[in-house]
Design a protein around this ligand. Structure first.
Ligand code: GRF
Length: 212
């Protein structure tokens, strides 16, 4: 068993991603401690999962800050106070400026196989609509480190799903969430908790195999 990796989770919405992480932790499959949930809205339904599990909550709203830099500073101040080592965006819809002490410490999950179907405007159903319109036969989810652009940082890992001719946005998004996102995020965080995630000389992420 690896030591528990202290993390903060950033949410904006329904919170299925943070719920999945909590479920994996409770099942003993993820050596992570969620020390803080930061929400961009006090109305995010996902806050219920923090409340049910006695996880401290911080509400940090971008509307209360005039600059991205100040808003980001408030988010990361809360993370620093909670003494977390990593920050996991989970359905988080705000762009953040990553401070130096959190470089390569912030993760995001995106519901497509980046670099395809990522960037500004590609969120929620827009992603799956674009995948279906392009006639893709495979989609999936990408866990990546976050830099100061949407969906742009080094890729940690990807999980794929098939796209079927009869798929709708709803059926595809459900398959990507359950079969790709719910698998990929715990896997990436567990690899970090076990100290198996490294960068190579070209800043590509390498995941070392588990020791036998
Ligand atoms: C998922 O599509 C995920 O890829 C994206 O947000 C959606 C989940 O939101 N980042 P939530 O966790 O239910 O709030």
């Amino acid at each position: 068993m690896a030591d528990k990796l202290p993390i903060a989770v950033l949410i904006s919405g329904t919170g299925r991603t943070v719920k999945n992480l909590i479920d994996h932790i409770e099942a003993g499959k993820l050596d992570v401690e969620i020390r803080l949930v930061v929400s961009s809205s006090e109305r995010a339904p996902g806050l219920q999962y923090a409340e049910q599990n006695n996880i401290p909550i911080a509400i940090v709203k971008s509307s209360e800050y005039s600059e991205t830099k100040e808003f980001s500073a408030a988010v990361f101040d809360a993370c620093r106070q909670a003494k977390v080592a990593y920050v996991a965006m989970a359905g988080y819809l705000q762009l953040l400026e990553i401070p130096t002490d959190f470089e390569d410490k912030v993760l995001n999950i995106h519901p497509s196989l980046l670099p395809k179907f990522g960037g500004k405007g590609f969120y929620g159903y827009h992603v799956h609509h674009a995948v279906l319109t392009a006639g893709e036969e495979i989609s999936g989810a990408t866990v990546h480190f976050v830099n100061n652009k949407f969906d742009d940082g080094p890729i940690i890992l990807q999980e794929t799903v098939k796209v079927y001719p009869r798929d709708t946005i709803e059926t595809l998004s459900e398959r990507v969430l359950k079969e790709a996102e719910f698998v990929a995020y715990p896997k990436a965080l567990q690899a970090i908790a076990e100290g198996r995630v490294q960068f190579d000389a070209e800043r590509r992420v390498q995941i070392l195999p588990k020791e036998a």
